[in-house]
Design a protein around this ligand. Structure first.
Ligand SMILES: Nc1ncnc2c1ncn2[C@@H]1O[C@H](COP(=O)(O)OP(=O)(O)OP(=O)(O)O)[C@@H](O)[C@H]1O
Length: 245
């Protein structure tokens, strides 16, 4: 793969949370403008991989490539990405409008065109009339929509989703995945989505990165998840364990 075909890569990265903890290894490239599902058993390092990409954790060795550049030693705020977590994406004391506006200006100093882009982002996630509410006055799905609206106003080329919709019911989760897929496509975002759900991965992800005990066990098309034969052993064992093979 050439450098212009991928925008995100972890190159020979090693990391451990503590001196005596096992060293995790990551080596993978993620295709530009494509949605990649990150899967693997609990504790295999999926969230850690996103934390390394976001700069919340620093590798012991190796490199982090974002948008084709070496970001290994750059602070989280400088990195060209947005991230949505399963919960706690919003500030409870700020209105929906201001929660989105934080994506434009951390000091909430907004020009007229900034305000316009916040309104536009809220409209794109179907929340045009919710700007004055507080997060506590929203459903779980609506709160995640606000988080997605904030992603949109940031205009970053990379989107990291850490089980962002896992706590929603199946219908709403599917709706949110469709929303993310269409926004990622429209804005040409390289999207990495941590999920435990093969159905969700098959639904919107073209690619799959599967983490095993010793790092990346499989990189390939996510449709491998639908095949009952010829799968990578780690993937097969995971699916058998979940009763979905
Ligand atoms: N802040 C931390 N300090 C110490 N160890 C940690 C910390 N966060 C995670 N770990 C450990 O690192 C390993 C990888 O954790 P991580 O959260 O990345 O796994 P995961 O694949 O995302 O798991 P899950 O599917 O359960 O969310 C686990 O053994 C976990 O206990």
């Amino acid at each position: 793969m050439t450098a212009d075909q991928f925008s995100v890569a972890v190159e020979d990265v090693t990391f451990a949370y503590e001196a005596d903890a096992p060293v995790m290894r990551f080596d993978a490239q993620f295709r530009k403008g494509v949605i990649t599902a990150i899967m693997g058993a609990s504790g295999s390092g999926k969230s850690t991989l996103l934390s390394l990409l976001a700069g919340f954790e620093m590798p012991q060795s190796g490199k982090i490539w974002l948008a084709g550049e070496d970001y290994t030693h750059r602070a989280p705020g400088e990195r060209p990405l947005s991230m949505v977590f399963q919960e706690n994406n919003l500030f409870a004391h700020l209105s929906v409008f201001n929660n989105v506006a934080l994506g434009v200006s951390p000091s909430l100093k907004l020009s007229a065109s900034d305000k316009e882009s916040v309104h536009h982002a809220l409209a794109s996630v179907g929340l045009e009339n919710y700007g004055k509410r507080l997060p506590a006055q929203l459903s779980g799905g609506e709160r995640q929509r606000v988080a997605v609206a904030r992603v949109l106003v940031r205009h970053k080329p990379i989107l990291l989703l850490d089980e962002a919709f896992a706590s929603l019911g199946p219908g709403l989760r599917r709706e949110m995945l469709d929303l993310v897929a269409s926004l990622a496509d429209k804005n040409a975002m390289t999207t990495l989505m941590v999920t435990h759900s093969p159905e969700d991965a098959l639904h919107i992800a073209q690619d799959l990165v599967f983490l095993g005990q010793d790092g990346v066990a499989f990189i390939g098309p996510s449709k491998e998840l639908a095949k009952s034969q010829n799968q990578n052993e780690a993937v097969r064992n995971y699916l058998i364990g979940r009763g979905t093979s």
